[in-house]
Design a protein around this ligand. Structure first.
Ligand code: ZN
Length: 93
């Protein structure tokens, strides 16, 4: 059973396994994150991730928040994607 996506959409953080031109993270917004990730992997989403896919760099959504485009903008403006990433900043046990 598929659950209904939240009406305001979701903000997602993508971590690239290999840094690409000093960037290793991508923050985006989508109504349906799985669908958007499919496009990213296909090279039909964002330019940056299309290039990553072309180069054979693997990437995945590592974190997501329910929120609208304003929240996406807020997160992007902070320039702290690395701090938000659970792979770059594993929680201390
Ligand atoms: Zn990361």
């Amino acid at each position: 059973m598929a659950t209904q996506p939240p009406p305001e959409g979701e903000v997602y953080l993508i971590h690239l396994n290999t840094p690409m031109s000093h960037a290793q993270h991508y923050i985006g917004w989508a109504k349906e994150v799985e669908k958007r990730l499919f496009h990213h992997r296909n090279g039909t989403g964002s330019r940056m991730l299309a290039v990553a896919a072309q180069r054979g760099i693997d990437f995945d959504v590592v974190r997501r928040w329910i929120g609208d485009r304003h929240f996406e903008r807020k997160l992007k403006n902070r320039h702290k994607a690395r701090m938000l990433c659970p792979i770059c900043n594993p929680p201390k046990s």
